[in-house]
Design a protein around this ligand. Structure first.
Ligand code: 6GU
Length: 225
């Protein structure tokens, strides 16, 4: 899978995409992530990428031409399954969309900044608008890191233990059960006996029950979807 990310702040993205599962997936060739600096397509000797909003109001708007040119250059090289714009007024991201993105061949992600991008980009080039939650970030970069992390970890081959991503919270619409490791007792706090029993059927039943209890308690909304 190939992911092209378009941003005004490439530095903000490179670090979060350089560790752990994403780094290993990139090193293995499971995913090819390219970060493109929109400023390289900026106008004039100052490489201008933003301008005042028509109609007034505070805040700058990302200009149409630099973003258009970069997107068109990329589209000339390959076909994109989805061109995603990250914006707080997009569709709220959840696991089903993440799983769908993970099956795609090429996706492009545009990070919004300032007051956002000229709306004509959204009308004519963007195929999907995504938000990562009901709060406002300074730009789409951290949202892009969240989206890419979520997508890459479910690509087959990204995680060595292939069942691991499937046992994540949300994959079965349930929160994950609690987990423990050694020692069996710490400060008098014991690991639940069933997990030490060696009875795999009993353990699986306990984990399923815990997942259901925790979902009912913490996220009852997930059970009514
Ligand atoms: Cl995708 N972008 C920004 N700027 N803020 C957000 C967001 C995205 N998702 C939630 N808040």
């Amino acid at each position: 899978m190939r992911i092209d990310i378009l941003t005004l702040l490439p530095g903000l993205l490179e670090s979060p995409l350089g560790y752990s599962i994403i780094k290993r997936a990139r090193d293995k060739g499971v995913v090819d992530i390219r970060v493109h600096n929109v400023r390289e397509y900026g106008r004039g000797s100052y490489r201008q990428v933003d301008d005042y909003a028509f109609g007034g109001g505070a805040g700058m708007v990302m200009m149409i031409a630099p973003v258009f040119e970069l997107i068109e250059n990329l589209k000339a090289e390959r076909q994109y399954d989805e061109i995603i714009y990250l914006t707080p007024d997009g569709e709220r991201l959840a696991q089903p969309a993440v799983n769908r993105f993970s099956t795609m061949v090429n996706i492009m992600i545009l990070c919004g900044h300032y007051k956002g991008v000229d709306h004509r980009i959204r009308e004519h080039l963007i195929t999907k608008e995504i938000s990562i939650g009901d709060y406002v970030l300074s730009g789409g970069e951290l949202a892009a890191a969240v989206l890419v992390d979520a997508v890459v970890r479910v690509i087959p081959g990204a995680i060595s233990d292939e069942t691991s991503a499937l046992t994540d919270s949300f994959q079965d619409r349930l929160l994950a059960p609690p987990v423990y490791t050694r020692p069996e007792e710490f400060n008098g706090w014991r690991v639940p006996d069933v997990l030490l029993s060696g009875n795999h059927k009993l353990i699986a039943e306990w984990q399923e029950e815990q997942a259901l209890i925790r979902t009912k308690l913490l996220r009852p909304d997930l059970l009514n979807e």
